[in-house]
Design a protein around this ligand. Structure first.
Ligand SMILES: [Zn+2]
Length: 232
């Protein structure tokens, strides 16, 4: 390191202006990652970002003013993430991604409805985003409310009830022996798979998957560890 620094000093003293550039502290942390060429590479990037987050080694790239200026004219997010509105699961943060990286749709219980599908379709069609992740999370309130509705133990306001109705069909196959946290965890995963199943069942979704225009992956975020477990 000392040798390197000395060399830099020599270059600086020689007035080598072009070599001076790296000496200026960058406002934007460097990213060595090239733009993902396909869904598989996009998934690797998400996994790497989540590993950094879980290990407390976030780099907060793509947040600076210079980077944001590059995005004014256009966006090219490398992944679409359908996640829950839960305040404990901020999508960009858990994947250590910045502005322009992710096309995010958040709705309680990561449920599927026409507006959600329309948002996804927009990103696949117009932005050519090649990875779609449906991400549920541990301790999901919307899934908890749905389980309570199934059990008949709680009465929710009508719009929350309507939301639970979207989740309910996905929980039909749940193991009846499960209770408490184990039951909720199984329900969260089942809800993610239910969303995936619905997305794959639309003619447009089916075709996009067959044509490999987009790759669909389910995931569950763990509140304690900060890790995203991909369901593959
Ligand atoms: Zn939730």
């Amino acid at each position: 390191m000392i040798t390197h620094f000395t060399r830099r000093q020599i270059l600086a003293s020689a007035g080598a202006a072009t070599f001076l550039t790296p000496l200026v502290e960058a406002t934007e942390p460097p990213t060595s990652e090239p733009f993902p060429r396909d869904g598989t590479e996009a998934l690797s990037r998400l996994k790497a970002g989540n590993a950094r987050f879980a290990e407390g080694k976030t780099r907060h790239a793509h947040e600076g003013a210079d980077w944001r200026k590059q995005l004014v004219a256009d966006q090219k997010p490398f992944a679409i993430v359908l996640g829950c509105s839960d305040s404990r699961v901020p999508t960009e943060l858990v994947f250590d991604q910045g502005f322009g990286d992710l096309f995010v749709i958040r709705v309680a219980g990561n449920v599927i409805d026409t507006d959600v599908v329309g948002s996804i379709q927009y990103a696949v069609r117009h932005l050519k985003t090649q990875l779609l992740v449906v991400m549920g999370h541990e301790g999901c309130g919307a899934v908890t409310a749905t389980l309570a509705a199934i059990d008949g133990t709680a009465k929710e306001p009508r719009f929350v009830e309507a939301l639970a109705k979207r989740i309910e069909p996905g929980l039909k196959g749940l193991d009846r022996q499960l209770v408490g946290t184990a039951r909720l965890s199984a329900a969260v995963e089942a809800n993610v798979r239910w969303a995936e199943k619905q997305l794959a069942s639309f003619p447009e979704g089916k075709k996009a998957l067959e044509d490999k225009a987009v790759m669909l992956v389910g995931a569950v975020y763990e509140l304690n560890t900060g890790r995203v477990r991909f369901l593959v």
